[in-house]
Design a protein around this ligand. Structure first.
Ligand SMILES: Cc1cc2nc3c(=O)[nH]c(=O)nc-3n(C[C@H](O)[C@H](O)[C@H](O)COP(=O)(O)OP(=O)(O)OC[C@H]3O[C@@H](n4cnc5c(N)ncnc54)[C@H](O)[C@@H]3O)c2cc1C
Length: 596
């Protein structure tokens, strides 16, 4: 397997030229993010990814996890040492507030860092990612006393974290949740029920695990408005705050699955021996709102998993395509050609690179908006960026995971037969990637959220605002003779997007089933156009730097070509997606279920 090399040049270009690192670093509370510090952090994270996480990725896949007879779960060799180093280096708290022991760096800085870790070892990185998401939820909803007890240990990674939503009958639909919690009369609760598919629900990597559990109080209303959130630790704490007595929660099974073997996926049983002790977080019956904070954090992170895995697969495919010799040159007839000289293989590898860069640029740009939304002193600007983040969160999750899968699939094709056999290692990325379109809300659920809550509910207002920004970019492209064709293509795809938006808005009330049948194509459409928009912005920035005689001219020119390729080779999918949105819903609705 080709070694992972952190794509620092691409990351730096996107951070500075597209995602507005300078502007983010000028925000109150983000001043630490100086260019030198950011470069040093990325450099260190890249070394950690390549030197510590990548080397144990394969053995994690081969060994997997084991549920022992005593109910403990064993993780792969190397996990403990890597986790200890990860935690001691302070990586978990990179973007957590300083007051809770974090480093307070902007999301824009932590995003590329997490990308490198997901790229090199996704199964491992899910563990600290859960801490980051849980810390976000506790910051917002936990009481001061709860924060003092739990939050610091979660931010430092001293204790592990989990999120417990899923039950056998409650997957996408959390309204069906049955786990229950009863007040114990002393301010605590007793939690009962079973949760399935809980990532890192049990392990021995940390001396305690903080479970966040969705459950119903006795008098709770039906549906999602009757869900409350509870902290349920694996070990109850003694007077000094140290883990002591085992709580009434245990792992009763772990899943055998197609990928992420190093991440234990646990069935958790709460309250078999009288009730698991827990404490209510935030208000009763508003648990889902808090859980959504955690899930939104995690959803963005899963989008980053998409680009990380895709980058790793792209690097492997490129390396293999340069080394593997097969066939004759189609033009010269010369034998002994590396397969990258075959136009079809070259197209596949270029297409992988274009999609990786489009996803990365979209995610980092969204991370920059997230920071502005949280820190900008001008309320209107902060609000505008909050709207953009809200709109694009399902795209960051849904599109980047779908495309991440596609890229991993293409990598197998580039490897040919060697891609199908496990020995080459490329199959692991494909298998690991398959979960990302499913957990944290399937692509279907993301698409419903996009079309329902983010578009129909506000009559498409934010998307129209975004379209204005996209057209501002097309106008800039039109002013430069060298880039005008990119601008024309982007304008065409923006029109496809707008026409699909108009159709969705016109049919949202009377033909909702037709609209929802096209929700996933709509998500793809928006992702495809936004990805193209970002690469077009990259072309503009590259051209500016070329004109100023700054930077590596060959690299900058390649970014312009990359945008051209995306417009010709990837973005035309927008037309098909728009057509599917408008035309496929009717046949889907009319097709009789009995006719299958
Ligand atoms: C490896 C792994 C790790 C996981 N980690 C965790 C964890 O840490 N914590 C946790 O709580 N859960 C976790 N999960 C659970 C995961 O979040 C769920 O599997 C996921 O939300 C989908 O739920 P489901 O499996 O019940 O599928 P279902 O909800 O049954 O969905 C099946 C299909 O129906 C579609 N569908 C369902 N409802 C709708 C709808 N309304 N509109 C359109 N389409 C719909 C879905 O898109 C999907 O295609 C994990 C799962 C796995 C496999």
């Amino acid at each position: 397997m080709i070694d992972y090399v952190a794509p620092l040049r691409d990351m730096q270009f996107i951070l500075t030229e597209l995602a507005g690192l300078d502007a983010v670093a000028a925000l109150p509370g983000c001043e630490e993010a100086t260019p030198d510090l950011v470069a040093a952090i990325l450099d260190e994270a890249g070394k950690f990814a390549a030197g510590v996480l990548a080397p144990i990725n394969r053995q994690g896949d081969l060994q997997g996890c084991r549920l022992e007879a005593d109910g403990s779960v064993t993780t792969p060799d190397g996990w403990q040492a890597a986790y200890d180093r990860f935690r001691e280096s302070g990586w978990i708290g990179l973007s957590a507030p300083v007051e809770y022991g974090g480093q307070g760096l902007p999301r824009l800085v932590s995003t590329p860092v997490w990308e490198m870790w997901f790229a090199t070892n996704m199964a491992f990185t899910m563990l600290p990612q859960l801490n980051v998401s849980q810390a976000e939820a506790l910051q917002i909803a936990a009481s001061e006393e709860q924060k003092a007890t739990w939050l610091g240990k979660v931010v430092s990674g001293e204790w592990g974290s989990t999120m417990n939503l899923t039950e056998p009958q409650a997957g996408s639909d959390l309204a069906a949740t049955r786990a229950r919690a009863e007040p114990a009369g002393d301010g605590s609760y007793r939690v009962f029920g079973q949760k399935i598919f809980i990532s890192y629900g049990e392990h021995g990597l940390t001396p305690n695990i903080v479970h966040l559990v969705l459950a119903r109080l006795p008098d709770a209303p039906a549906g999602v408005k009757g869900l409350s959130l509870f902290i349920v630790p694996k070990y109850l704490l003694d007077a000094a705050g140290n883990p002591r007595a085992r709580n009434d929660v245990k792992c009763i099974a772990i899943e055998h699955k197609m990928g992420i073997h190093g991440s234990p996926t646990c069935t958790m049983s709460y309250g078999d021996a009288g009730g698991a002790v827990g404490w209510l977080v935030g208000e009763a019956n508003r648990g889902l709102e808090t859980m959504f904070i955690m899930m939104n954090e995690a959803r963005f992170g899963v989008g980053v998993q998409g680009v990380g895995l895709a980058e790793r697969a792209y690097q492997a495919a490129l390396g293999y395509a340069r080394e593997r010799v097969q066939g004759r040159n189609a033009l010269t007839g010369e034998a002994g050609q590396p397969i990258i000289r075959h136009p079809d293989v070259k197209r596949m590898v270029l297409s992988m690179r274009a999609r990786v860069m489009a996803m990365r640029a979209l995610l980092y740009t969204a991370a920059g908006w997230f920071d502005i939304a949280h820190h900008h002193p001008d309320a209107a600007e902060a609000e505008r960026c909050r709207r953009y983040v809200d709109l694009l969160m399902p795209v960051a999750k849904g599109w980047c995971t779908e495309i991440g899968n596609e890229v991993c699939d293409d990598a197998i094709q580039v490897f040919g037969g060697m891609g199908f056999v496990e020995e080459s290692g490329i199959a692991q990325f494909f298998r690991d990637a398959r979960i990302i379109t499913i957990y944290e809300g399937t692509t279907g659920i993301q698409a419903n959220d996009l079309v329902g809550r983010k578009i129909l509910r506000e009559d498409g207002a934010t998307l129209r605002e975004l379209l204005v920004d996209i057209r501002r970019t097309t106008a800039q492209l039109a002013e430069d003779a060298a880039l005008v064709s990119i601008g024309v293509d982007l304008a065409t795809h923006a029109e496809n997007l707008e026409s699909a938006l108009d159709w969705v808005l016109a049919n949202g009330k009377d033909n909702l089933a037709d609209v929802l049948a096209g929700a996933v194509p709509f998500l793809h459409l928006l992702g495809t156009v936004c990805g193209g928009w970002q690469l077009a912005r990259a072309a503009l920035a590259a051209q500016r730097r070329l004109a100023a005689g700054e930077g590596d001219a060959a690299y900058l020119a390649s970014l312009i070509e990359l945008a051209r390729f995306y417009m010709a080779g990837i973005a035309p999918r927008a037309l098909a997606h728009a057509e599917t949105v408008r035309e496929a819903g009717g046949p889907v609705s009319r097709f009789a279920e009995s006719a299958f």
